[in-house]
Design a protein around this ligand. Structure first.
Ligand code: HPA
Length: 237
C-alpha cells in the first residue's frame, strides 16, 4: 500500500494502462480484461488488475494533469514495480490533417513545464516515447484500420488556455494535439528505466471547434485500449 494506491504488493501488474478518468479504468477493465479485480479505490481513483490474452495487466486512473499523473506513476513504478506504462486518454486536435476520432501516438511531448522541472533546471529535456512500444502501437493501429497520426504533442498545464499565441507556434511547428499528462509520464519512465507511451483519441479540435459526441466516446476509447494492449503484448495470439 502507498499513500494513494491501496493495493497490496503483488496486486499490480508490470504493465499498467493509465486513463485519466477512473470510470474509464473501470469500463476498460470490465470490457477487456479477464478476471478483473478492483485493487484501488483511494480517493475514488479506481484501479483494476486482470489478464488480457493471459498476460497480467493493471488499469489505473491517473487523474487530470501532470501533478496527478506523477503521483500515480511514481508509486506504480517505485513501490509496485510497474515497467510498462501506457497512457490512454483524449486530446484536442491541432492540425487540419487530424480529425476527431483519430488516434495520435505521441512520439514526443513539448511542454512549458512539468513536475520534473525542478530537477531539470536549465535543461530542456526532450520527453519521448519508448520506441518498441511506439512501433508496436503503430502496427496495431494500422492493423485495426483506425486513422492514426504519429508525432509530437503538447502536454499543457491548463485546459482553459489563455495563450493562443503559443498554440499558433505549436500548430506552425507540426504539433498534432494537446493533452495534459504525457510529458511527465515520459520523463518518469526515462528516469526509472521503464517504457512509456501515450495513445490518444482526438476528442475535440482546437482549429475547427468540433467535438466527439458523447455517444461515440465509448467506441473510440475502446479502439485506443485495444491498440495499447496490442502494443504492450505484440506477440499475444
Ligand atoms: N486541451 C487540453 N487537454 C485536452 C484537450 C484540450 O483541448 N482535449 C482533450 N484533452
Amino acid at each position: 500500500m502507498t499513500i494513494h494506491i491501496g493495493a497490496e504488493k503483488g496486486e499490480i501488474a508490470e504493465t499498467v494502462l493509465l486513463p485519466g478518468d477512473p470510470y474509464r479504468a473501470k469500463w476498460a477493465a470490465e470490457t477487456f480484461l479477464d478476471n478483473a479485480k478492483q485493487v484501488n479505490n483511494v480517493r475514488g481513483m479506481l484501479g483494476f488488475t486482470g489478464t488480457w490474452k493471459g498476460n497480467p495487466v493493471s488499469i489505473q486512473g491517473s487523474g487530470m494533469g501532470m501533478p496527478s499523473l506523477s503521483i500515480y506513476a511514481n508509486e506504480l513504478i517505485r513501490d509496485f514495480g510497474a515497467k510498462t506504462l501506457i497512457r490512454i486518454g483524449s486530446c484536442g486536435g491541432m492540425q487540419d490533417s487530424v480529425n476527431v476520432r483519430d488516434v495520435i501516438l505521441a512520439m514526443t511531448s513539448t511542454t512549458l513545464s512539468t513536475p520534473s522541472r525542478g530537477i531539470m533546471k536549465e535543461l530542456n529535456f526532450a520527453p519521448c516515447a519508448d520506441w518498441g512500444l511506439l512501433q508496436a502501437a503503430a502496427q496495431a493501429a494500422e492493423a485495426s484500420g483506425t486513422p492514426t497520426h504519429i508525432g509530437g504533442i503538447y502536454s499543457s498545464d491548463v485546459f482553459y488556455d489563455e495563450r493562443p499565441d503559443l498554440n499558433e507556434q505549436m500548430v506552425r511547428h507540426g504539433i498534432l494535439g494537446v493533452e495534459m499528462e504525457a510529458a511527465e509520464l515520459y520523463i518518469l519512465a526515462a528516469r526509472h528505466k521503464c517504457r512509456a507511451l501515450a495513445v490518444l483519441t482526438v476528442s475535440d479540435h482546437l482549429l475547427t471547434g468540433e467535438a466527439l459526441p458523447a455517444s461515440d466516446r465509448e467506441s473510440s476509447f475502446g479502439d485506443m485500449v485495444e491498440i495499447a494492449l496490442r502494443a504492450a503484448f505484440p506477440n499475444a495470439a
